[in-house]
Design a binder for this molecule. Sequence first.
Ligand code: NAD
Ligand code: DAU
Length: 341
Amino acid sequence: MKTLLVTGGCGFIGSNFIRLERELDAELKIINVDKLTYAGNLENLADLKEDGYYLFAKGDIGDAAFIANLIAEHSPDAVVNFAAESHVDRSILDSGPFVQTNIVGTQVLLDACRKAEISRYLQVSTDEVYGSLGAEGLFTEETPLAPNSPYSSSKAAADLLVRSYFHTFDFPAIITRCSNNYGPYQFPEKLIPLFVSNLLADKKIPVYGKGENVRDWIHVLDHCRGIDAALRHGQVGEVYNFGGNCELQNIELTKLLLQALDKPESMIEHVTDRPGHDLRYAIDCRKAKQELDWEPQVDFETGLAETIKWYQENSGWVERVRSGEYRDYYQQQYGDRLSES
Ligand code: NAD
Ligand code: DAU
């Protein structure tokens, strides 16, 4: 692989992925296409110089002419699609941008890649497309899709389009589905960075309902290594699940964060639950182990401590991403529910 087109590379996972690819292969040419929504931040890749091997192009994956021109100009060998609206709570407030980017954007990108005869396409998807588990069981790649939120429905729709392009057009696509990521550069609207940055500012932390919902936490670098393995060694037409083998109830995770930051449990505020809140996600990643020789490497305790340290040391980054549009969202999402927001 000589040239890789990455979409959504200025977001949390995309920026970690680009940095990993740069470390793995200094001669890989990486084109990063990002619309720079509220979640896209050029600062996330400020350490990468734009040179012959890295290029940023501001644009929308749903803009057919822009994408076609970019592909014609750079002839990428492979495309990895991270670009998405990614936050469940925002999809409940307004599903429009989710349908537009996650579904229509993916369709436009697929068409452009198909016309240009791209030889490998990887769709970055989520375990949320499988819906919710009860107390027992794990999601496998065979679990039927049963998404419950506008976010997960839009991701499932995109997965179905990708699947159909493989079956109908022999389009060389792979889908990966991962559990909840944590690590540096995650926008402070998701649980871990929101709670850590609130606690660092001595602000209360909003636990939805009783906090009994379970998520399977994986370090972002383990997810990125999985995407890299699937891109280089995966079979087209296949789906690969990635998870961290680290199930925690939200309230257990919240208490770990309080302990790590030496804050009292009185900082917790139980707020109205998320509508349609999925109870539990947990991943069976045996297929990725068997076929890609991949398994998560970062131990949760170490990864969480390093992540907290990153947020402590990057308070300026947090301040900057929390300014502007984010303030309006925070007020709309938590304004009436949190006593000290
Ligand atoms: P993010 O919200 O941090 O980043 C999304 C990026 O996409 C931003 O840089 C944004 O500017 C860009 N973008 C949005 N709309 C665009 C458009 N129309 N055209 C071009 N760029 C656009 O998201 P993330 O957490 O890094 O997630 C990346 C991908 O991974 C998403 O597809 C998400 O569904 C998937 N995923 C996320 C997780 C997780 O735990 N965060 C887990 C599994 C899968
Ligand atoms: O499972 C993969 C998915 O994980 C990704 O596809 C999504 O892009 C990503 O956002 C994430 O979705 P979740 O909804 O699980 O993540 P979030 O961090 O929003 O919430 C994690 C859990 O914490 C969930 O049960 C809701 C709860 N929560 C979240 C927030 C933001 C709270 O209790 N309070 C909060 O303020």
